[in-house]
Design a protein around this ligand. Structure first.
Ligand SMILES: Nc1ncnc2c1ncn2[C@@H]1O[C@H](COP(=O)(O)OP(=O)(O)OP(=O)(O)O)[C@@H](O)[C@H]1O
Ligand SMILES: [Mg+2]
Length: 234
């Protein structure tokens, strides 16, 4: 459903992404793995229109996203949760969630906040509190919940596990797996924590220095000892 073809992008003289092709199927989790500087963040930024490619295409249904303005992506069903958990700390948890609803596809219904709180009970307890008081794990939950308020069909996540305790990572990854299973959401999950990512992913894509090393099922990647040692760090 999301098809990346020969995608090439960079920053001035730096080529960060070089001829990358893969597809992320509907209702599946596709993990994007690779070391620091491999081009993972650039890949997500190029898919969501924040970086313009010098070559290649990104197709979502009948749309070529490389010709779509970044601010229109949400209406096409794409949500991008960047690195760094950018909650608005001057607002409450609930105000942050309501912001996510501004870009949603369908008309506002009463159930959205309830659904977010059902998915993330920790946020429900803090709905009236400033987002400033949230822990790292709670902030990660809030940015994911906020992205889901737009009712995306494709969710791009950049290193959601970074700096979180293993227990919280398991919680967030389990939730992603259930969202995909229940709602048919398509997830592109960028991770340095390859072992955890492959445990919930259907497929995986490995990048190195901007190039695609391999694209295969998660089970095949996790079972390839040489690949694990060379690129995945476990
Ligand atoms: N804004 C920028 N200006 C110039 N070069 C950049 C910029 N952002 C990234 N790069 C370069 O592009 C390459 C790919 O970076 P990118 O952030 O996509 O990698 P990454 O795989 O997400 O790494 P990490 O795991 O550290 O987040 C790197 O060589 C990086 O230095
Ligand atoms: Mg990155």
């Amino acid at each position: 459903m999301l098809a990346v073809e020969d995608l090439t992008a960079g920053y001035g003289p730096v080529t960060a992404l070089d001829g990358v092709s893969f597809t992320a199927a509907r209702g599946q989790i596709t993990a994007v793995l690779g070391a620091n500087g491999a081009g993972k963040t650039t890949l997500l930024r190029t898919i969501s229109g924040l970086v313009r490619p010098s070559r290649g295409s990104v197709r979502l249904g009948e749309h070529d996203l490389t010709t779509v303005a970044a601010e229109r992506m949400a209406r096409l069903g794409l949500a991008h949760v960047p690195e760094g958990r950018g909650v608005i700390t001057e607002l409450t948890v609930e105000e942050n969630l309501r912001l996510g609803r501004l870009v949603r596809l369908r008309r506002v219904g009463a159930g959205d906040l309830d659904r977010a709180y059902a998915l993330f009970p920790a946020l429900a307890q803090r709905r009236r509190q400033s987002a400033h008081v949230l822990s790292g794990g709670e902030r990660q939950m809030l940015v994911i919940a906020r992205a889901l308020m737009a009712e995306p069909t494709v969710l791009l996540l950049d290193e959601p596990s970074l700096g979180l305790a293993p227990r919280i990572v398991v919680q967030i990854f389990d939730l992603l797996a259930s969202l995909v299973a229940d709602d048919g959401l398509t997830v592109v999950l960028v991770e340095q924590n390859a072992r955890s990512a492959l445990s919930i992913a259907d497929r995986g894509v490995v990048l190195n220095l901007g190039r695609l090393v391999v694209s295969d099922t998660a089970a095949a990647l996790a079972g390839d000892e040489q690949l694990r040692h060379a690129y995945l760090g476990f």
